[in-house]
Design a protein around this ligand. Structure first.
Ligand SMILES: *Cc1c(COP(=O)(O)O)cnc(C)c1O
Length: 380
């Protein structure tokens, strides 16, 4: 009999979700507004624990990236800097705006934006008479980016940062939570993320008027009039009250979910500690606290085994693994795009493999994973 599939990261309900959904049904709040939407925003504001933080719950993380570019008044032809090593949703909204992405390499400690390459990209834009309009900084796999360095560059050139923490809810840097670093920040509650609303996201803003504008634009930009009056182009980007109910239930267990994912990472650290060809991507020092949304191992082919061989061996055992995000500047859809940096993102892509990292892995799943790697190590 085939064993059940071990997923990379699957939804993990906490038990409280149905209570909020039932309330929504009882009160007929079956709409992209309602008490759960407001409640989820408050839960997130409370969790992020910073003064002057406003959350707008949206239909997806991608919508949050898009709206942040709209709020920053990005225009067709503008340059926007974006981390190359990321999921395409960080970058696609730049193209929705008719703007031009400038992709930037990662640095080795966190795999996020390389500050030197960011500065080169800014200087390039300025030399073309177009200072970049925004810097999209990603906290990849939950690892915070070098927030101090990126902020210093942002201030030096007066360019706002959009913090893409879609993967990093529950992470922190120097005891400050991810989601509070950028001028604007993005969260995702897609089905594979650390908590989910089935599909959803949030935009985090530092200004109440900005939040009002984000909500206005995300609900079709309806002006104050008895009929439908529009002086702006609007979007249908608000989160539904049903999805927000799932989110409220998930917020009750967020701390546990972070603990569970971090325990997965410790399990892998133990598994790989005696195998030199297998290096687990980990926090560079104690300033960084990752939620370890996904645990990622780099496989050095010099040890006699390739990441692809690991992936195929796992697949045979019905265990899902996946190469890390393919850098945007190597994607066919972004060919010929601007790129600054060296080949670090590319090297990470060639060696990195995402491992099963769900907060719902069972003892039996861990045993199967241990067994798989024992077999793989015996071959190397
Ligand atoms: C998931 C993700 C997004 C997009 O979020 P959706 O809610 O799926 O639209 C954006 N950026 C990164 C880095 C992501 O991982």
């Amino acid at each position: 009999m085939e064993q059940s599939k071990i997923w990379l990261s699957s939804p993990h309900m906490g038990g409280g979700e149905m209570k909020y959904i039932q309330e929504a049904f009882d009160e007929n709040w079956i709409a992209p507004l309602g008490p759960n939407v407001n409640g989820l925003e408050q839960d997130l504001e409370h969790f992020l624990d910073e003064k002057g933080i406003y959350v707008a719950a949206l239909s997806s993380g991608t919508a949050a990236v898009h709206l942040s570019l709209i709020l920053l008044d990005v225009k067709p032809g503008d340059f926007v800097i974006c981390q190359s090593l990321t999921f395409s949703a960080s970058a696609n909204p730049i193209v929705y705006m008719g703007a031009t992405p400038i992709f930037v390499d990662s640095e080795k400690d966190t795999w996020n934006l390389c500050p030197n390459a960011v500065e080169d990209a800014i200087k390039f834009g300025i030399s073309k008479g177009k200072k970049p309009k925004a810097i999209i900084a990603v906290a990849l796999y939950g690892m915070p980016y070098k927030a101090d360095e990126i902020k210093a560059i942002s201030e030096k050139y007066d360019i706002p940062v959009i913090e893409d923490s879609a993967e990093a809810l529950g992470s922190s840097y120097k005891n400050q939570k991810c989601g509070t670093f950028g001028d604007l920040a993005v969260l995702s509650f897609n089905g594979n993320k650390i908590i989910t609303t089935s599909g959803g996201g949030a935009l985090i803003l530092k200004d109440k008027a900005f939040k009002k504008k984000a909500v206005f634009l995300s609900t079709q930009a309806k002006d104050d009039a008895p009929h439908y009056e529009h002086t702006n182009i609007g979007y249908n980007y608000r989160m539904s009250n049903i999805c927000a109910g799932i989110g409220r239930g998930q917020m009750e267990v967020l701390h546990q979910r972070v603990e569970q994912r971090r325990a997965n990472h410790r399990f892998y650290a133990e598994l790989f500690k005696d195998f030199q060809g297998f290096a687990l991507h980990a926090e560079p020092n104690s300033d960084y606290y990752s939620n370890h949304w996904l645990s990622v191992v780099c496989v050095d082919s010099a040890c006699g085994i390739t990441p692809e061989a690991v992936r195929l061996a796992a697949q045979k055992e019905n265990i899902e693994t996946r190469p890390i995000w393919k850098p945007m500047h190597l994607q066919p859809v972004f060919k010929n795009s601007l790129y600054f940096g060296s080949d670090l993102a590319e090297k990470c892509f060639e060696t990195g493999l995402c491992l099963p990292s769900g907060s719902n892995l069972t003892e039996n799943d861990f045993a199967r994973i241990s067994h798989l790697f024992a077999e793989i190590f015996s071959l190397s």
